[in-house]
Write a new protein. Structure first.
Length: 163
């Protein structure tokens, strides 16, 4: 008997599309909270939140991906992620329109990233999950942030916690 390898993913919405990240990358999900803006950072770097006394950089994934800015409403959430880079690991908050559920996808339910037809560069996509009649874009969160992004995040982490 052959067993299918499966993985768990946290699903969320950006601009009416379903996305997911591996649960292993998620520290926690927070309700939207006040973000302290910092000067001279990329537009998608929204600023800092105070997470139990530590400053955590928050990015707007919509802006990072060339979409309209995330509108803030009652469903807006911040997904706190562990991102691995060449320079080590950093903690990042990512804005999402809404967070939905943790779902399990078997290897047979995930296709390789398409080379066209996506709003995102294929390098940001780990794969495309199929669930019922919908597609879920599985993000490769470690590749979304380049070394310049990580340097900015580290600089923000070094700033004193606010709030």
């Amino acid at each position: 008997m052959q067993t299918s390898v499966s993985a768990q993913y946290l699903t969320f919405t950006l601009d009416d599309e379903q996305y997911a990240v591996p649960v292993s990358k998620v520290r926690e999900v927070l309700e939207y909270t006040r973000i302290t803006k910092l000067p001279r950072t990329a537009e998608y770097m929204k600023g800092l939140i105070n997470l139990r006394g530590a400053g955590v950089a928050v990015i707007d994934l919509r802006l990072k991906f060339g979409m309209p800015e995330t509108p803030v409403d009652k469903d807006t959430a911040i997904i706190v992620l562990d991102v691995d880079s060449d320079d080590g690991s950093v903690v990042v908050g990512a804005l999402a329109d809404a967070v939905h559920e943790v779902l399990e996808l078997g290897a047979e339910q995930v296709e390789k990233a398409p080379r066209f037809g996506s709003k995102l560069a294929a390098e940001f996509i780990q794969g495309v999950g199929k669930r019922d009649d919908r597609f879920i874009i599985i993000l490769d969160i470690d590749h979304i942030f380049n070394s310049e992004d990580v340097a900015q995040i580290r600089a923000q982490e070094a700033a004193p916690a606010i709030g």
